[in-house]
Ligand binder design. Structure first.
Ligand code: NAD
Length: 502
């Protein structure tokens, strides 16, 4: 099934040329590159390519601004973040059409998920700004008073991937500003426009230089930023291979980092699961955001007694998904972000099939109107690999591809779910409370869902273990990532150990 292509596509037209933002000023560059609209495969705007000198200037501006911003009151920072959220919510059409145009997010999802989630994260950290504090430490010595204060770190380098740009941005900007830091933001080369526009929309709320944006390619601009000695901490969301390169580059300056990386989310469906709900959540878990999600339900381990029924229901629903132009409100599922990503995902499917996986549904381009011929489309795909023996069960595909596996015993399901290097999201479906606790406890992942998937409310820590990274976003403890404790120990008495003849 395909959505009719909107007669007039209504693709987003930026109000002005995109520029870097350094020290509160728009900065044009000599070089640039095309941004491609993935529904049609043609350029829709130009984006600026920054140089190392621009990165130097952005870090210098953020360093100067830090001296002022760190001294602002918590209540001021709280008001600033709240107002940022208001401004995001005031222009849902701008963000939704921009996201659909730049990364192929179905516009109905951008309205329903990206815009409110971005604003909600900013509001959450607005609240935390007022409760960011250290501890008073009880001591044996009555002549001492020791306590900690939380101090901001300085310039945060924020590296953003393309799949959920304004949500990921809020996950960096919210806690970093709440704790009193300044930022240099490097968006993905595939989704820079929404990040530039976000900063343009809110920059008058903060002193010049608090929010800077440098755009361009990762191996040049990104690499210059993460190895810059003026950066106090790196906050990165992206792939594990990129994370390794960043950590190697940052090692020279001993720059610490938060790493939110990829995953291979295993959903275990037990024999007593509510199959209606499990199938519905598995569909959302893998096909939301075109499957380009780090916490995607990209492995479905289903008990042998319900496996065939699950497969039947899932495949029937997947075949009925409305694929089409991301800008069309009727579209449920859009294109992948780029030609390269489409080719990579198809390569993953081919490799799995060569190893024995079977395509149950999807696996190829859907039938679409000729106007979308140039788009980067792949039909929602379900692979079957009962033993979980192919690369589709181990490697992150980062596309609309999930693999159905069959298991006979609880222990085997848990052991298989825990195979592989990732540990971001996992889940279990069962009506048995004891089994739910047992399996949730045994799954090795930073996030475990029971009888649900894809629920990431602000306040619940989000992050992984193993190759899925370290550090936690979206929660109270995230504030600790963006500040350092300073221990202050005050002598209240005049007694000292008699070591030197007193
Ligand atoms: P990516 O790793 O290719 O790029 C992420 C960012 O890093 C981009 O801004 C890119 O330009 C930059 N970059 C690339 N090479 C660099 C280098 N050598 N030095 C510095 N910066 C560099 O990731 P992507 O393809 O944009 O996004 C997809 C990946 O992100 C997937 O693996 C996905 O699982 C992961 N992801 C994780 C989360 C999470 O929260 N755990 C969320 C979303 C996406």
């Amino acid at each position: 099934m395909t959505a009719p292509v909107a007669a007039a596509r209504g693709a987003y037209v930026p109000s002005g040329d995109y520029t870097l933002i350094i020290g509160g000023e728009p900065v044009a560059t000599d070089d640039g590159f095309d941004a491609i609209d993935p529904s049609v495969g043609t350029p829709w705007t130009r984006l600026p390519q920054a140089t190392e000198a621009h990165v130097d200037a952005a870090v210098a501006a953020a360093t100067r601004a830090f001296a002022t911003w760190r001294r602002t009151t918590a209540s001021h920072r709280q008001r600033v973040l709240w107002e940022m959220a208001d401004r995001v919510e005031a222009e849902p059409d701008r963000w939704a059409s921009l996201l659909a145009t730049e990364n192929g997010r179905p516009i109905r999802e951008a309205y329903a998920a990206d815009v409110p989630t971005c604003a909600g994260i900013l509001r959450y950290f607005s609240g935390l700004a007022r409760d960011h504090r250290g501890d008073q430490i009880p001591l044996e010595d009555p002549g001492s008073l020791a306590f900690t204060v939380r101090e901001p770190l300085g310039v945060i380098a924020a590296l953003i991937p393309w799949n959920s740009p304004i949500i990921t941005l809020a996950n960096k900007v919210g806690p970093a500003l709440a704790a009193g830091n300044t930022l240099v933001i490097k968006p993905s080369e595939y989704a820079s426009a929404s990040v530039i526009e976000f900063v343009r929309a809110v920059e008058d709320l903060v002193p010049a230089g608090v929010l800077n944006v440098v755009t361009g390619f990762g191996p040049s601009v990104g690499a210059a930023l993460v190895s810059h000695p003026g950066v106090a901490k790196i906050t990165f969301t992206g792939g594990s291979a990129t994370a390794r390169r960043i950590m190697a580059a940052a090692g020279g300056a001993l720059t610490p980092s938060i790493m939110e990386l990829g995953g291979k989310g295993a959903m275990v469906v037990c024999a007593d699961a509510d199959l209606d709900l499990a199938v519905a959540d598995a569909m959302t878990g893998i096909y939301m955001a075109n499957g380009e999600v780090c916490v995607a339900a990209s492995r479905l381990l289903v008990h042998e007694s319900v496996h065939d029924e699950f497969a039947e229901r899932f495949a029937a629903l997947a075949r009925g998904i409305v694929v089409g132009d991301a800008l069309d409100p009727a579209t449920q599922f859009g294109p992948l972000v780029s030609a390269a990503q489409l080719e990579r995902v198809r390569g993953c499917i081919d490799a799995a099939v060569a190893q024995g996986a079977v395509v149950r549904t999807g696996g190829a381009a859907p039938e679409l109107p000729a106007a979308l011929d140039g788009g980067f489309f792949l039909a929602p795909t379900l692979l079957e690999d009962p033993a979980g023996a192919t690369s589709a069960s181990r490697e992150e595909i980062f596309g609309p591809v999930t693999v159905l596996e069959r298991f006979a015993s609880e222990d085997a399901a848990v052991a298989r779910a825990n195979e592989g290097p990732y540990g971001l999201a996992a889940g279990v479906w069962t009506r048995d409370l004891a089994r739910a606790h047992r399996i949730a406890g045994a799954l090795e992942a930073g996030i475990v869902w029971v009888n649900k998937w894809f629920d990431l409310p602000a306040g619940v820590p989000m992050g992984g273990i193993g190759d899925s990274g370290f550090g936690r976003e979206l929660s109270a403890e995230t504030m600790l990532e963006y500040s350092a404790p300073k221990a202050i120990n005050i002598g209240l008495g005049d007694t000292r150990p008699a070591l030197w003849g007193r």
